[in-house]
Write a protein that binds this ligand. Structure first.
Ligand SMILES: Nc1ncnc2c1ncn2[C@@H]1O[C@H](COP(=O)(O)OP(=O)(O)OP(=O)(O)O)[C@@H](O)[C@H]1O
Length: 679
């Protein structure tokens, strides 16, 4: 949205839309305008603000069908119970009205009062029975829907999350898919709300239909009368609901901006700058301004709301007056018995009171329907883009991965991240990937691990002599993933116990604490965890009971332990030592080297070239291409080589006698890079 008006919002400028007027200077300064999510649920703003009662009513069958289907799938008995209770409540409402009519007929009949009261006793008993049965049915409906709602929510959430976690990684990189998948998250609890609202709507609708049927059977004129009163009430309720919704929408942007801003004030990572850079003062002042702006917006909305209510109430009053006039005329000229008139008044009053709640609930039902539709769309899209669950199993003795002329371009990227890459990763070897930032190393590990499928070229998983082989696209991906251990640069830090953080490396397999401890020992983090007051049960996040704060390096060791615990034959580690101290780093590399001795394949992405000196094979990447390959000695022998130049530059930093000052650009002047390199 572009804005050309002055920054300060003039309060009296009533011609401005609510959206434009609700942006404060602070929001413009900190967020460049309204703080909006880049998600497709925002597309519901239009439909929801324009929607008419007719439109919503037309969507009602679809909503009901969706709720019934979801409920039936989750718990057929509870669903049947809810529907039966609802129908029963409608029937008792009709029965109650008929009983009221009988009571009034008996009371208004000719004869002595005592006799008339006695005459009305059976009808009164019937009325009481209807009330008791209605109460029982309400209780039953409450119990059944209470049992059903969480099941419905779980069913939809599980379907959604199962689907989105199976999507091909590349598909999640495409903005158009990512948006749909993300938007689906907001509808997972809509099924539950829809069920709750449907019960409410069903209840009101059935009792209103029952009232209409009873009234029509008493006198045909009573039905149009009910409708005439209902219409202005309905119009008023739709307008109020829509206004309320628009107000909520404008609040959402404000609330989001304010919450984001206040969140920083207490976020641990921001505490230093909040104090030292006075960022806290800036944020607090901005908060004051934004909150002030919001209050003004709220006042404006409240005034508009009051006007709408006044108009709706006025029309409803006029309609009621006309209807009661008509009723009076019917009673006066004897077309309607007095008792029927009394029943009509009671039915009309009860129905119109319910109407407002009906409209509000249908409005919310419609809103939830849109969100639930998003979830269903996300599930469909996720299923279409899912990693196949079938495929050719890998050869039992997989020994190597061979890449033949592999290229890969990220969706939306202008240039490929990998171009024509051919290489081999063998078990019993350490393969190092080196290169400048952005040269494609991480992307390559994603292709090697089967997370990304190349656009061109093949990735073969082969046995030792290459006779048995399966190409990545044909492979059973679950089988393939089972052979891979990953330590990504940005590996997840689960807010769980230390033990869970290691053992989560094997999914839902039963945790083996001996192996957890062995992996931690190899990663150099065992002693630290054992020394904690709650040991392996410590939650490795501060702020929880038993919570502890780990340093960056300690986390990296825990991440390494996780990938080791997996025990996979192909281990891909991306910058595993970037946060480690020198001794820990040496120990970590020694650990990786011992894995090679165990017959595993280690793919090491690192900028620490001292470590790559011992790798069996080094691939140097530049702008997605392999530009050099070989052993350390081989690469160092190339006088004009990129590897040699990088190694030399790094080694020069370790010379303590004279600092590394290149005599000319691109040349470090290091006399003997191998001897002066980090050890
Ligand atoms: N998810 C992504 N979407 C689009 N482009 C990406 C994505 N991830 C990486 N790239 C681009 O692909 C190229 C290679 O990135 P990659 O992360 O593989 O490099 P790298 O060699 O691992 O870098 P570094 O040493 O900084 O970790 C870069 O130009 C990067 O901008």
């Amino acid at each position: 949205m572009t804005r050309t008006g002055p920054h300060r919002v003039a309060r009296k400028d009533t011609k401005r839309t609510a959206a434009e007027g609700s942006v404060s200077d602070a929001e413009r300064e900190l967020y460049g305008g309204r703080l909006r999510y880049d998600m497709s649920f925002v597309r519901h703003e239009g439909p929801l603000t324009r929607v008419s009662f007719r439109h919503m009513a037309a969507a009602l069958p679809r909503m009901v069908a969706l709720v019934l289907r979801t409920g039936w799938r989750a718990d057929p008995r509870a669903m049947a119970g809810v529907v039966t209770a609802q129908l029963g409540q409608g029937a008792t409402a009709a029965w109650g009205l008929v009983a009221v009519n009988s009571v009034l007929t008996d009371l208004f009949a000719a004869g002595p009062t005592g006799e008339r009261l006695r005459e009305s006793l059976p009808a009164l008993a019937s009325l009481a029975a209807a009330a008791v049965i209605a109460a029982l049915l309400t209780a039953w409906s409450t119990a059944m829907s209470g049992r059903l709602e969480p099941q419905v929510e779980r069913a939809v959430s599980a379907r959604y999350y199962r689907a989105v976690t199976r999507v091909e990684l590349e598909a999640t990189e495409r903005p158009e898919i990512q948006r749909v998948l993300e938007a689906g998250r907001f509808g997972t609890d809509s099924a539950r709300s829809m069920l709750m609202l449907s019960v409410g709507v069903g209840n009101v609708l059935i009792s209103m239909v029952a009232a209409a049927v009873v009234l029509a059977s008493l006198h045909w004129m009573l039905l149009p009368m009910l409708l005439v009163i209902a219409l202005p009430k309905g119009w008023g309720a739709v307008s109020s609901a829509r206004r309320e919704y628009v107000s909520k929408l404008h609040w959402i942007d404000h609330r989001r901006a304010i919450a984001s801003l206040l969140g920083f004030l207490t976020r641990p990572q921001a505490q230093g700058e909040i104090r030292v850079h006075a960022a806290g003062t800036k944020l607090l002042n901005s908060y004051e301004e934004m909150a002030h702006q919001t209050e003004g917006e709220q006042r404006r909305l409240a005034r508009a709301q009051a006007s709408t209510d006044l108009i709706a109430g006025g029309f409803a009053g006029i309609a009621s007056l006309a209807c009661y006039g008509l009723l009076w005329w019917l009673l006066a000229n004897g077309s309607l018995p007095l008792a029927v008139g009394g029943t009509a008044v009671l039915a009309i009053r009860a129905s119109t009171a319910r109407l407002t709640s009906l409209v509000q609930q249908v409005n919310r039902l419609y809103e939830e329907l849109l969100f639930l539709t998003d979830t269903e769309d996300a599930i469909t899209l996720a299923t279409e883009n899912a990693i196949p669950t079938t495929g050719t199993p890998l050869p039992s003795g997989v020994h190597q991965i061979r890449l033949d002329h592999v290229s890969y371009t990220y969706p939306g990227a202008d240039s490929p991240a990998l171009r024509d890459v051919s290489l081999r990763v063998r078990r019993g070897e350490v393969t190092a990937l080196v290169g400048a930032n952005g040269s494609g190393k991480t992307t390559l590990t994603k292709v090697l691990s089967g997370l990304l499928l190349p656009g061109d070229g093949d990735v073969w998983w082969q046995d030792a002599d290459g006779r048995e082989q399966v190409e990545l696209r044909d492979a059973d991906r679950a089988d393939l993933f089972a052979r891979v251990g990953l330590l990504a640069q940005d590996f997840p830090r689960w807010e769980m116990t230390a033990a869970a953080n290691v053992a989560i490396g094997t999914g839902d397999r039963v945790r083996d604490m001996d192996r957890v401890k062995a992996a931690a020992r190899s990663a150099g983090v065992h002693a630290l965890i054992e020394s904690l007051r709650h040991g392996w049960d410590s939650i490795v996040f501060k702020g929880y009971e038993r919570g502890v704060q780990l340093s960056g390096g300690q986390w990296q060791k825990l991440g390494t332990a996780r990938s080791l615990y997996r025990g996979a034959p192909f281990l891909l580690v991306d910058e595993p030592t970037s946060a480690l101290d020198p001794h820990a780093e040496i120990a970590a590399f020694e650990g990786l080297w011992s894995l090679k001795e165990e017959g595993r394949a280690v793919v090491l992405v690192t900028h620490r070239l001292a470590a790559t000196a011992h790798a069996d094979r080094i691939y140097v990447l530049d702008q997605g291409q392999v530009i050099e390959e070989g052993t350390h000695d081989h690469l160092m022998a190339r006088t004009d080589g990129v590897y040699r130049s990088m190694f030399t530059a790094q080694a020069a930093q370790y010379r303590t006698t004279s600092p590394a000052v290149p005599s000319q650009p691109g040349h470090t002047g290091a006399p003997d890079p191998v001897e002066s390199g980090p050890q």
